[in-house]
Ligand binder design. Structure first.
Ligand code: SF4
Length: 226
């Protein structure tokens, strides 16, 4: 974790928000209605990174506010979480590509520093990459989402050690019931991954005390004789 306080990190995040608001580094900056910076808890251990804003996101300046966003909230609710309280939600691109076309490589490269700075400031322990674009960008691998979904990967992203957890994009789950079931199954693994990462980040003496507290008073007896 960085030496900066939560207040300092939030202040830098606000400054980054204003930089994105003024950004014209790629042509999308002139085409958008609003930039979509991200939303949620700036101190969250969990981050979701999608692809790019859609029409509704562009209108409201908020990520995941359409049908896919509703599904994201529903899946979070099923694991006892709420996006504003428990997660930071953003996209690879901060501006909407016209007609919801795929992000172009030069757009991703131009926008990437904003995402990387968000990761440095929020310092999540687990990042769920939603769909192919976020997954390929943050894993640094061309392997598609179908092959890597649901498999956590330890990675260093922008100098921050995180557990990447690739997931299908909720928009794909809305189109295909089988994908929705797989996404739901993968979501159910999020709480355990968070616990695991929080435990691993504890100082060794605290981790040892927590492990000792979790041990039963007496070792369980193995019933070998039937
Ligand atoms: S998509 Fe990113 S790089 Fe392009 S104008 Fe928007 S904020 Fe800037």
């Amino acid at each position: 974790m960085s030496e900066r306080t939560a207040a300092e990190r939030r202040e830098e995040l606000v400054s980054l928000y204003h930089q994105v608001g003024a950004c014209r580094k790629c042509p999308l900056g002139s085409l958008r209605t609003n930039p979509v910076f991200g939303m949620g808890n700036a101190d969250a251990d969990l981050m979701f990174v999608g692809e790019a804003p859609g029409a509704e996101e562009d209108r409201q300046a908020l990520p995941f506010v359409g049908r896919a966003g509703k599904l994201l909230d529903e899946l979070l609710g099923e694991i006892g979480m709420e996006r504003r309280r428990d997660a930071w939600v953003c996209n690879v691109l901060k501006c909407r590509p016209p007609g919801n076309r795929d992000p172009q490589p030069d757009e991703i490269e131009s926008c990437r520093p904003y995402l990387e700075r968000q990761i440095q400031l929020i310092e999540p322990r687990v990042i769920c990459t939603l769909g192919n674009f976020a997954t390929k960008l943050l894993t640094g691998s061309p392997t598609g989402i179908t092959r890597v979904r649901g498999r956590p990967q330890e990675r260093e992203v922008a100098g921050v050690s995180v557990l990447l957890y690739p997931l299908f994009h909720p928009a794909a789950a809305l189109r295909t019931p089988a994908v929705l079931q797989q996404l739901r199954d993968d979501f159910s693994g999020i709480p355990e991954l968070l616990e695991q990462e929080r435990a691993a980040a504890q100082p060794p003496e605290l981790a040892a005390a927590a492990a000792a507290a979790a041990l039963p008073a007496e070792p369980p007896q193995l019933d070998l004789l039937g």
